[in-house]
Design a protein around this ligand. Structure first.
Ligand SMILES: *Cc1c(COP(=O)(O)O)cnc(C)c1O
Length: 363
């Protein structure tokens, strides 16, 4: 059983993507054109945000949002200790200081309470991550940020369409960074990303930063970069966006099925969903102290699993200069040792979920 499938074999999706491909080829306009404009408008409307600004990938979405918000060296930026390394790399890229905070041990995301304890006079921003598809409880975090005048940038690379108290990711923070890496809940067929915000000034700066710091051709107002979402990817994303709620529902249905089958399984912690949240199961992550044994047994039966992520960020060579060591972030370290992602994608057969569950229970 494979871990994931992009679902490009689905005939109706494929027809919509092929039509998008033809529009771009017939028009002969490759970059910063009408497909991107349409996708930005549609994605902003989907989220309920004032603007969506397409960029080259999710990491650039984070970096450019931090730059647009004026986060500079010397500033402290609070990030979760347990996340994909890109969250930390973005802070590093603007030269700011990474301040890791441990996540809630049941939802695996940051809480306002834990963040509050890490705020100092130098704190400038917080990057909560809605990891695996579970949103962050944002209202108390935004209140904390308002009290301390902090910029909140949500990393929603894994939570397109997730709900927090009935509101979608993309409108919960001052700005939200999305990745459209192919396997994400909303995925392109290549690299792509976006930042959503309802702040007009921030959106304008982002548009400038992604395009050589230029608003008018050959007038460079700030030292920008080249990080744009191209027309073909925008066309593919428009076809996917139309189906996002449906594919997220299918993810939830499969997660629910795992939950039914695995409830009560020995020494296995299943994902939880807070009562104010709509989890979109970018990943279905279980936790067990016997991970190596379980992963090997599943592999023996042809079930592919992955680990997100096997090494905590503070123990990665790229962050050695921060001076952290083993024992500094015990929740992140325990998660790195114990999490296991089971196969899940929108087109996965429900019987295949049953097969994976049976292989787990039959230990
Ligand atoms: C995928 C991901 C990113 C980076 O996105 P790319 O498009 O791969 O650059 C950032 N943060 C999180 C949490 C992610 O899962």
């Amino acid at each position: 059983m494979k871990f994931f499938d992009l679902g490009l074999g689905d005939p109706t999706l494929r027809a919509a993507m092929d039509a998008g491909y033809r529009r771009v080829m017939d028009r002969g306009w490759a970059i910063l054109g009408p497909e991107l404009e349409a996708f930005e408008a549609e994605f902003a409307a989907y989220c309920g945000a004032g603007h969506a600004v397409g960029v080259g990938n999710g990491l650039d979405a984070l970096v450019l949002a931090l730059r647009a918000a004026g986060i500079t060296p010397g500033a402290e930026v609070i990030v979760p200790s347990h996340t994909f390394a890109a969250t930390w790399l973005a802070v590093e890229a603007v030269g700011a200081t990474i301040v890791p905070v441990e996540p809630d041990p049941t939802t695996y995301v940051l809480t306002a309470e834990a963040v509050a304890a890490a705020v100092t006079a130098r704190t400038a921003a917080i990057i909560p991550v809605s990891l695996y598809g579970h949103p962050v409880d944002m209202p108390p975090l935004m209140e904390l940020a308002a009290r301390h005048r902090l910029f909140v940038l949500e990393d929603a690379a894994q939570s397109h369409g997730a709900l927090c108290h009935g509101r979608r990711t993309g409108v919960l923070a001052h700005a939200t960074a999305f990745s459209f890496y192919p396997t994400k809940n909303l995925g392109a067929v290549g690299d792509a990303g976006a930042v959503t915000t309802s702040d007009d000034v921030l959106a304008e700066r982002l548009r400038m930063l992604r395009n050589y710091g230029s608003r008018q051709k050959y007038v460079h107002e700030v030292p920008g970069v080249n990080s744009r979402l191209d027309e073909l990817q925008a066309a593919f994303l428009r076809a996917r966006l139309e189906r996002l709620d449906e594919t997220n529902d299918r993810r939830r249905e499969r997660a629910g099925r795992y939950g039914e089958r695995l409830r009560g399984a020995r020494a296995l912690t299943l994902p939880t969903e807070a009562n104010w949240a709509r989890h979109v199961y970018h990943l279905y992550v279980v936790r067990t102290a016997e991970r190596a044994t379980l992963q090997a047994r599943l592999a023996d039966r042809g079930v592919e699993t992955l680990i997100h992520y096997p090494t905590a960020c503070h123990l990665q060579p790229a962050f050695a200069h921060l001076g952290y060591g083993r024992g500094d972030f015990p929740i992140a370290e325990a998660l790195a040792d114990e999490v296991l992602s089971l196969p899940l994608w929108p087109g996965m057969a429900l019987e295949d979920v049953d097969t994976v569950a049976a292989a787990i229970l039959d230990g």
